[in-house]
Design a protein around this ligand. Structure first.
Ligand SMILES: [Cu+2]
Length: 195
C-alpha cells in the first residue's frame, strides 16, 4: 500500500516496547561480550525466573542495602539486619560444608565463609542456570573479573563474609567458580522457604 510508504519515523522500531533490564552485573557484561566473541548461542536472560509471587517492594525499613540490586535469589543485606550467622567451610577437596542451607523468606543472614584449603576458593550465590553459565565463562576466561555483593573470594586460611537478605522464596545454589571447581561438584543448595 502506498499510504504506508515514507511516513516519518515509520521504519523505526519502538525502543520502549522492549523490556528494559537493570544494569547488568560486570560479569554479565563480560559474559555477553564473550558470547559475542565465541559465537555461542543465545545468552539466556533468565526471564522473570524466580519472580513468582513477588511481594510488595521493600520499603525504607527493609533489611536490604539501599540501592542494592535485587536478584532472583535475594538482595545484599545490611549487616545490622542479620539475625543469624551461618558458617561455611571450603576445602581443597572441592566441597562446601555444609552443602545445604535453609532459610526463611525475609531472613537476613551473615554467611561466614572460611577457606580451609591451600588454594583459592569462593562462594558465589545464584540460580542454577546463572551459576552454570558463569562457571563455564570462568573456565574459558579465568582472569575475568567478577565481584558482586552475592559472592566472596577467600584466600587460603582466611574468612570472608556475605550479608544477604533472602527476600525471594525458591531453590538456589552456591558454588565455587574458580576454574573447574563448580564442575567438579563444589556447590551447595539454598532453600528459601516461603513465609
Ligand atoms: Cu574452589
Amino acid at each position: 500500500m502506498i499510504g504506508q510508504r515514507g511516513a516519518p519515523g515509520a521504519g523505526r522500531s519502538v525502543a520502549g516496547s522492549r523490556p528494559v533490564r537493570t544494569e547488568p552485573a560486570p560479569w554479565r557484561r563480560a559474559a555477553a561480550q564473550a558470547v559475542l566473541v565465541l559465537g555461542i548461542g543465545s545468552a539466556p536472560v533468565s526471564p522473570a525466573q524466580g519472580h513468582g509471587g513477588v511481594g510488595p517492594s521493600p520499603g525504607p525499613s527493609a533489611p536490604g542495602v539501599t540501592g542494592a540490586e535485587q536478584t532472583p535469589w535475594g538482595i545484599a543485606g545490611r549487616p545490622g539486619a542479620a539475625t543469624r550467622t551461618i558458617h561455611v567451610t571450603m576445602g581443597d577437596d572441592l566441597r562446601f560444608r555444609p552443602d545445604r542451607i535453609q532459610v526463611r523468606e525475609g531472613e537476613t543472614v551473615r554467611l561466614r565463609v572460611r577457606n580451609a584449603g591451600k588454594g583459592q576458593h569462593e562462594l558465589v550465590m545464584g540460580s542454577r542456570r546463572d551459576l552454570d553459565e558463569h562457571a563455564q565463562l570462568m573456565l574459558k576466561f579465568p582472569g575475568m573479573s567478577h565481584d558482586e555483593a552475592h559472592m566472596v573470594h577467600v584466600a587460603p586460611g582466611r574468612t570472608g563474609e556475605i550479608v544477604w537478605t533472602f527476600n525471594r522464596p525458591g531453590e538456589f545454589v552456591y558454588g565455587c567458580l574458580v576454574g573447574g571447581h563448580f564442575q567438579a561438584g563444589m556447590a551447595g543448595r539454598i532453600q528459601v522457604i516461603p513465609r
